[in-house]
Design a protein around this ligand. Structure first.
Ligand code: RBF
Length: 175
């Protein structure tokens, strides 16, 4: 595959990720600042098909675009970016094109790292962001953990179903 084609595909996937981020679906009313959108799937596809680094690039581009055109909330965007990185980097590194068992371990690792990491990060960030006490954050913690576990499980299932087909479409002459 030529570099030009790769650059074009990364650009298209970043734009797609930016657009689907507008979904911003709150899953739990108790933590309605946490919003689901499928944009991390575009980054995960690129991470699986090319490399974790290019996946992180897709995350960065869609988050910068979303910050500029929609949210203007640097904390929310930063949290979204970090959550995405914590999910796709372990998942794609463990997968590294070595079959379905490793792929599933990759997803489980990504879900665990992102859910655990974001729980810790929210404990630090939410008291400042919402000006609430630490007790309030701990009361919300099950919802925060549930949100991230659900978000990244949905992304994993969708990626599992589609990534081989997407790869065939992007690289019809390989393998
Ligand atoms: N997104 C996540 O995927 N996981 C999180 O744990 C998470 N924590 C957040 C905490 C705060 C205080 C804010 C403002 C946002 C957080 N986000 C998190 C991002 C949020 O779900 C959404 O993607 C962004 O706000 C952009 O709409």
């Amino acid at each position: 595959m030529t570099n030009t084609k790769k650059v074009a595909i990364v650009g298209v996937f970043s734009a797609l990720a930016f657009v689907v981020m507008y979904l911003e679906l709150p899953i739990f009313p108790a933590v309605n600042f946490l919003k689901y959108d499928p944009s991390d799937i575009m980054a995960l596809l690129i991470a699986f098909i090319y490399s974790p680094m290019l996946g992180v690039l897709v995350l960065a581009i869609k988050d910068i675009l979303f910050y500029l055109f929609k949210s203007g909330d640097i904390v929310g965007i930063a949290m979204n970016f970090v959550a995405g990185v914590l999910f796709i980097v372990p998942a794609a590194m463990i997968y590294s094109k070595k079959g379905r068992v490793r792929e599933i371990f990759g997803y489980l690792a990504g879900i665990a790292v992102a859910t655990g990491g974001m729980a810790l990060l929210n404990i630090v960030v939410v008291p400042f962001y919402w000006k609430v006490s630490l007790e309030t954050v701990f009361a919300l913690l099950p919802w925060i953990i549930g949100f991230n576990a659900i978000k990244f499980s949905i992304d994993s299932v969708v990626n599992y179903i589609i990534h081989r087909r997407v790869k065939k479409i992007l690289e019809p002459n390989e393998e």
